[in-house]
Design a protein around this ligand. Structure first.
Ligand code: ME8
Length: 526
């Protein structure tokens, strides 16, 4: 069983989880679930980044201590991921003692190896990014990411000598061309390093909320130098060398494009400085944007039946909503968990920016889920009831759908291997489309019961079995329900790909259940 260690960024607890966080987490979750289907030994980590000025600022605004604030907000992340059926194996909080210990051990190693020095830092700081900018990087004198004013800072800091790692990083990009994906993001990291690296400040004295520096406790570690180490904490760095060696460096970090520099430049260099391998793979995804027709607060409130979430407007107005204001629960409440997961995985190619809109979600739901998958499930069950006495027939071993299914299983596997869930689902839906087309051509509902009707229904049931298997990383609950309704034992998650994804696995002779519509059609909103 090859190890597959996959991580999301650890999210700041300055604010509640939003759809952007859900986008990354659900994609990582689907990848973890796919690798479990492959029979890999999976360790899936997510968590929260609880130190730094941004969290301390949020706590102060709410009149509580940073720890109290973190303890409250973390519950919202944990419950958001529970609601979305995220299957993480561990949840790391950077305020945990295990993390403090591993940060101190990791950075002490870098210090002992001679890559950390004391100096004075002057610069323009954006608290939201927890990062410094040069005057040239600002847009209208504001942070280019958050559009908020920056603060001039000067303090004595310890510096990590990142500049000493230019050559080693360039060698790494060359020798491991697959390490950063997509290619455009690899090239971005490459040109950043080619442009020359400056040493980076890794400690603060102006703040108390963080991990103390072991060799000089009047300093705390800067939030990013502490946060990145979470990926090692969770596998026992400094405490369980065998466990750490088992998972590292076979790690896949899934991160948003705004934190590319931290993960593709700083982090591999820090690993090298500590004497460990850089991560095997960083996958950099794009941003979900609210563009096109603007999402309005009243539309979201309407969508959510005014019931839940911080996306539902309190001001009641029609002000445009930013993506960061939409709680994942608003979507799961209105569409259901699996349709929300499906949309987050299917709508935007992973790796590029894409639009998120409520209208887009309704139309994809109707097209892919209600009209395509839902329709196949319900019409097959209905015709099996009327023509076969509710007992599912076996598929035709020589069906024309067999070779197509084999080709699609190959395409789906290849897409997941390239971290392209949208492509995997697109291919899976080609199989659903082919089964619907075969049913429409044969019209078994009009025919007399007999071998021809049995063959076409058996084929459709076999497609449903394969689709339940292939789509289970995206829609685990729905796929398990289809599996059960077509009379199969256990759940798709107990099976394995490619072994169980071979045409002809549907046994036939088992009861097929007619149930309520899986995806009732929704009215368009526009
Ligand atoms: O950066 N579209 O945390 P964060 C897609 N604590 N993804 C989005 C998104 C959007 N509009 N908005 C956020 C941090 N994300 C650090 C990370 S890791 C050691 C420390 C996702 O709360 C995306 O994955 O700002 C992005 O990288 C992450 O949330 C940033 O979350």
């Amino acid at each position: 069983m090859p190890p597959f260690y996959i991580t999301t960024p650890i999210y700041y607890v300055n604010d509640a989880p939003h759809v952007g966080h859900a986008y990354c987490t659900v994609n990582a979750d689907a990848l973890a679930r796919w690798h479990r289907l492959l029979g890999d030994e999976v360790f899936f980590l997510t968590g929260t980044d609880e130190h730094g000025a941004k969290v301390a600022e949020a706590a102060e605004q709410h009149g509580v201590s940073p720890q109290e604030w973190a303890d409250t907000v973390v519950q919202r992340f944990v419950s958001a991921w529970g609601d979305l059926h995220v299957s993480n194996d561990d949840y790391i909080r950077t305020t945990e003692p295990r993390h403090h210990r591993s940060v101190q051990a990791f950075l002490q190693r870098i210090y002992d190896n001679g890559y950390i020095r004391l100096d004075t830092y002057r610069g323009l700081y954006c608290v939201s990014c927890e990062d410094y900018y040069t005057p040239e990087q600002l847009v209208d004198a504001k942070c280019p990411v958050h559009d908020r004013p920056v603060t001039e800072m000067e303090e004595e800091n310890y510096f990590f000598e990142l500049s000493k790692f230019e050559d080693r990083l360039l060698e790494w990009y060359e020798s491991a061309p697959e390490a950063i994906r997509p290619m455009t993001k690899r090239n971005e990291a490459l040109s950043f390093v080619r442009g020359g690296l400056k040493d980076i400040s890794i400690t603060r004295t102006s703040l108390e909320w963080g991990v103390p520096v072991p060799w000089n406790p009047s300093h705390i570690f800067y939030v990013w130098s502490d946060a990145l180490v979470n990926y090692l904490t969770a596998i026992g760095f400094g405490e369980d060398e065998a466990r750490c060696a088992h998972w590292w460096p076979a790690v896949h970090h899934v991160v948003g494009k705004e934190i590319l520099r931290f993960h593709c430049v700083w982090w591999p260099a820090m690993c090298m400085a500590a004497g460990i391998e850089p991560p095997a793979h960083v996958f950099v995804h794009g941003w979900l944007l609210v563009g096109g027709r603007k999402l309005s607060k009243s539309l979201i409130a309407l969508a959510a039946g005014d019931a839940v979430g911080n996306g539902a407007s309190e001001d009641g107005g029609d002000a445009p909503v930013r993506l960061t204001e939409i709680a994942p629960q608003v979507l799961t409440h209105d569409f259901g968990v699996d349709p929300t997961r499906y949309h987050l995985l299917r709508e935007v190619p992973f790796g590029t920016d894409g639009d998120f809109s409520y209208e887009g979600m309704v139309s994809r739901y109707n097209a892919d889920l209600a009209n395509n998958l839902g329709n196949l499930v319900s019409r097959v069950a209905t015709v099996v009831a009327s023509k076969c006495g509710g007992v599912g027939p076996a598929p035709d071993p020589d069906s024309a759908l067999g070779p197509l299914a084999a080709q699609i299983v190959g395409a789906v596997s290849d897409a997941w291997a390239r971290f392209q869930p949208h492509e995997a689902l697109e291919s899976t839906w080609r199989l659903i489309g082919a089964a619907n087309a075969a049913l429409e051509a044969a019209e078994p509902w009009k025919a007399e019961p007999g071998p021809a009707v049995d063959a076409v229904l058996g084929d459709a049931l076999e497609v449903l079995r394969l689709v339940s298997l292939l789509a289970s990383p995206a829609m685990p609950t729905t796929c398990a329900e289809i599996w059960r309704r077509i009379g199969l034992e256990g759940a798709p998650e107990d099976r394995q790909v490619p072994e169980d994804a071979v045409w002809g696995g549907y046994p036939g002779g088992v009861p097929v259940e007619r149930g309520a519509a899986l995806f009732p059609r929704r009215k368009a909103t526009a």
